[in-house]
Design a protein around this ligand. Structure first.
Ligand SMILES: NC(=O)c1ccc[n+]([C@@H]2O[C@H](COP(=O)([O-])OP(=O)(O)OC[C@H]3O[C@@H](n4cnc5c(N)ncnc54)[C@H](OP(=O)(O)O)[C@@H]3O)[C@@H](O)[C@H]2O)c1
Length: 257
């Protein structure tokens, strides 16, 4: 089976930079037409201009019903299908201990990180994939599978997204495959607080010796949405250089490394 995507169309939410933009570039490289969203039309256009292939930038707040449906409609008008949806937009306005959170931050983070993926999946399925089939990938996080200081609220959204991924598999079967990816720390704006001040120290602890680059995640997504993954659904693919296994330093020392 091939990882070729020629003739297919993909919507990637939150694709103005970081992991989403890399996914857009990677899927276009595989031959897909790509639709990239941002809250801002100029940023969406700028992202589309960086794609080597057929690309459209669309302004859409990921948690707004009208914006999601408009983007789906524009995609069908321009390209005639929606074969792939990557629910990638994410945010973290709730960095800190859980008991210091408030309802405003709770509502915003769950709106973007959880309602967004459900809303866009629903629009794509009702407008196209329900009849024609398709592949959905949700960008979760290794935080959704573990605990980390100050990340409790964000991680709760990603844990819920992993659950939602599995529920959708059953509800949308057999035509639509739904999988999740769980990146570790990747070099993007969103995660700056996790790596910028201490990249070297963090990299040393990582089993594969470095933090992630957006393209590491994009390559995994390109596989999951392709025919090479045509019998894979409901899975949570960890793309983290081994980070979730813990600090490798002491283990290496045991081997004189
Ligand atoms: N970087 C990491 O270490 C890491 C690890 C695990 C998981 N993730 C997940 O990976 C995904 C991508 O994050 P990233 O690290 O690439 O972050 P990023 O570089 O900050 O990019 C975030 C993207 O999401 C968009 N976005 C944010 N809020 C939005 C909203 N309300 N509506 C529409 N778009 C919105 C931003 O677009 P505009 O600002 O242009 O609107 C931007 O394109 C997120 O789901 C994040 O949780 C990241």
């Amino acid at each position: 089976m091939t990882t070729e995507l020629t003739g297919r169309t993909a919507i990637i939410t939150g694709a103005s930079r970081g992991i989403g933009l890399a996914i857009g570039q990677r899927l276009a490289q595989a031959g897909a037409n790509v639709v990239l969203t941002s809250r801002d039309q100029q940023s969406a256009d700028a992202a589309a201009a960086q794609i080597d292939g057929d690309a459209l930038g669309v302004a859409a707040h990921v948690a707004e019903d009208d914006a999601a449906q408009r983007c789906v409609d524009l995609t069908l008008e321009r390209f005639g299908s929606i074969d792939i949806l990557v629910n990638n937009a994410g945010t973290n306005p709730a960095f800190g201990p859980l008991i210091d959170q408030d309802h405003g931050r709770f509502a915003k983070i769950f709106d973007v990180n959880l309602w967004g993926p459900l809303l866009w999946t629903s629009c794509a399925v009702k407008s196209w994939m329900g009849e024609h089939g398709g592949a959905v990938v949700n960008t979760a996080s290794i935080g959704g599978m573990s605990s980390a200081p100050l990340m409790g609220m964000y991680n709760a959204t990603k844990a819920a997204l992993i659950h939602l991924t599995k529920q959708l598999v059953l509800e949308l079967s057999p035509g639509v495959r739904v999988n999740a990816i769980c990146p570790g720390v990747v070099r993007t704006k969103l995660a700056e607080v996790l790596w910028q001040e201490h990249e070297q120290a963090l990299s040393t602890t990582m089993p594969l010796g470095r933090i992630g680059e957006p393209v590491d995640v994009a390559d995994a997504v390109a596989f999951l949405v392709s025919d090479a993954a045509s019998w894979i659904t409901g899975q949570t693919l960890v793309v983290d250089g081994g980070q979730i296994l813990g600090d490798a330093t002491g283990f290496r020392a045991g081997h004189g490394g």
